[in-house]
Design a protein around this ligand. Sequence first.
Ligand SMILES: [Zn+2]
Length: 262
Amino acid sequence: MADDKKPEEKNMVQEGQAASPEEMKKEKIRLVPNEDEKYLPMNVEITCGHCGKSWKASLQQCVNISLHPEEKGKILDSSFFRQKCPFCGVDSELSYPLLYDDMGKALMIYLLPENTEEMLAKINKQQESWSPDMLKAARICTMRAVRHSIYLVEKIKIFDADLDDRIVELTKNFIFVRFMKERPDVDARNALFEQQNGKNGYTIFAADGKTFWAEIPEGVYEEVERMAEPFLDKKAKTEYELIDPVWAHEMLGKMLGKGDGS
Ligand SMILES: [Zn+2]
């Protein structure tokens, strides 16, 4: 491959290239970029939402926190997704596809903020040309997709707490419903997993910007785990999965539908 190609063209197969179809496929599709490409920046133009001026910036497409542990903190405090405008100094929030790779935990999370389902289908389809070794590696990995950086942060916190994100999502549903019953005065909109003082629970976000803390009562996570166990997919998967409140809602339908025997 010529060295003068722009980074974004590097993984594309050029027409008329003399490589065999297999080689071309291998060249084009990778589970994780090669070491030398991993930190290949994506050159973009950012327009400031405050003053409207534009500037050029380089964005990382992948973070490997086993190699660069300091980047995990930047993702957790969301500074990773902010760029200061060089003209007016106001921070802009960035939203773009990013692969989070934690080799130590065999965890890969793909942030796909736009056209999530479409992008996810495209990425998962690429597996058709993965090598057996890549598929083997993928089978032992937990692979997730998320729609927003706040859910990327939530996933990191869930796996840091050594919990199963599927059970955390299902438990969230129960805790959220209970919270709404107990606090009809609050217009609760969203809940995100968090640990506070060593306890597992959810930060609940209300429409007016207020936040509330709802701890997972002792034994509830375990009970949900027992209930969900017969319904969870046990086959090792090699695809990125969206495990979110929509997934939980569908799973609860299956669990509760079968559970009452009617
Ligand atoms: Zn600006």
